[in-house]
Unconditional design. Structure first.
Length: 276
């Protein structure tokens, strides 16, 4: 089985990926890993070859992680499609065939439709974090205005859900992972097993609680300086999903999100992103 870890940048995809690894899912050769940095001191659990492939793919349309509107995975040229599939196939072939493996990069929310050509039994695990926490983290690290961070959160969420249509989907809440990492991981493992994933297990509880630390929860939506955004369209969408579930994620981003992301010249002034 092939597990794709989906979620917006700064949503906890790295933590979730490591927990899947502890649960028996294959990451790949250690030398393929993106090294940790000050933003992710416990590691990204992301492959450099996949990151570089995604950067190239988005760049073919003049897009990037923070200005994704011009990228359409269903409308790439034949040469780009062939180039992507050739490189992606080498990544897929590097995993052992007998074990479930996972691929993690927030850009998968945008690129998953192309990976589906190579996945025989795909499953998606998606982590959802409060949009104001994501936007606040992006503002601190990349200088993104809060409104742009909120818009990116919605676009990645909508694209992820649409890209995964027809694929088993296991949803995880970021706040639940911090509050009850063992129980939340047990639910995710149960969801993966129900989706047909075999060869996974619950790791030792101490390994989970040692890895998940609430001290890394540095950006909270309850901060007073974020109160002016509490009724933003993306926050209202998050509240709706919280009540109705992931199946209520819309098929298209709101006009407010598109408007916030339209001026590419603004995004070009932001600090480049290594990963998330």
């Amino acid at each position: 089985m092939q597990i794709f870890v989906l979620g917006m940048h700064r949503s906890g995809t790295s933590a979730l990926a490591r927990l899947l690894n502890l649960s028996g899912c294959e990451f790949g050769p250690p030398e393929a890993a993106m090294p940790p940095d000050v933003d992710n001191p416990l590691g990204f659990w992301e492959r450099m070859d996949a990151y570089e492939l995604h950067e190239w793919l988005l760049g073919t349309s003049g897009s990037a992680w923070d200005r994704p509107l011009a990228f359409d995975p269903f409308d790439v040229s034949a040469s780009v499609r062939v180039g992507f599939l050739e490189r992606a196939a080498r990544i897929v072939e590097s995993f052992p065939s007998a074990r479930p493996w996972f691929l993690k990069d927030p850009r998968l929310c945008l690129t998953l439709p192309l990976w589906r050509h190579l996945a025989i039994e795909p499953v998606c695990v998606h982590i959802l974090r409060h949009p104001l926490e994501v936007a606040s983290s992006l503002a601190a690290r990349n200088g993104l205005p809060i409104g742009v961070g909120l818009a990116l959160w919605e676009l990645y969420l909508v694209r992820a859900r649409r890209s995964a249509k027809g694929i088993p989907w296991v949803g995880v809440r970021h706040r639940d992972l911090l509050a009850d990492p063992v129980g939340t991981l047990a639910d995710a493992v149960g969801g993966l097993r129900a989706s047909g994933v075999t060869g996974i297990r619950m790791p030792v509880a101490r390994d989970v609680t040692t890895f998940i630390s609430t001290s890394l929860h540095r950006h909270r939506w309850t901060r007073p300086d974020l109160s002016g955004w509490i009724d933003a369209p993306q926050v209202r969408l998050f509240r709706m999903i919280d009540v109705a579930g992931d199946q209520s994620i819309p098929d298209e981003p709101s006009d407010a999100t598109i408007d916030a992301l339209e001026p590419h010249s603004v995004a070009q002034a932001f600090k480049p992103l290594a990963s998330a």
